[in-house]
Design a protein around this ligand. Structure first.
Ligand SMILES: [Zn+2]
Length: 100
């Protein structure tokens, strides 16, 4: 389906809402949204969710964000370990060369 045009006469952007009221619900909005001269065009693409689906989606979204946060922490832990390893390696290497 082609994107509708907004009041600026531009094709709209298809975006996804992640508000508490409308998680995962797609909508068309002005592509200039957030900049000067954007219009207030707004149209839902998806129908409203019922209470149960809304809660399921909110829970999934929350869990994914938690997992992403945890994963980022693991990655930075790994990065710190690598840095320590490289520094240690450099110390050992320089001691070896000084000892020669
Ligand atoms: Zn517009």
């Amino acid at each position: 389906m082609a994107a509708p045009f907004c009041h600026c006469g531009e094709p709209t952007d298809l975006k996804t809402s992640w508000t508490e009221a409308n998680p995962g619900r797609r909508f068309y909005g002005c592509s200039r949204y957030g900049t000067n001269g954007a219009c207030n065009y707004f149209r839902w693409l998806d129908p409203a969710l019922d209470e149960n689906m809304r809660n399921v989606l909110l829970n999934f979204h929350r869990r994914i964000r938690e997992l992403e946060k945890r994963q980022n922490k693991e990655v930075s832990k790994f990065g710190r370990k690598m840095v320590s390893f490289i520094i240690l390696g450099a110390i050992v290497f320089s001691l070896f060369w000084i000892g020669k």
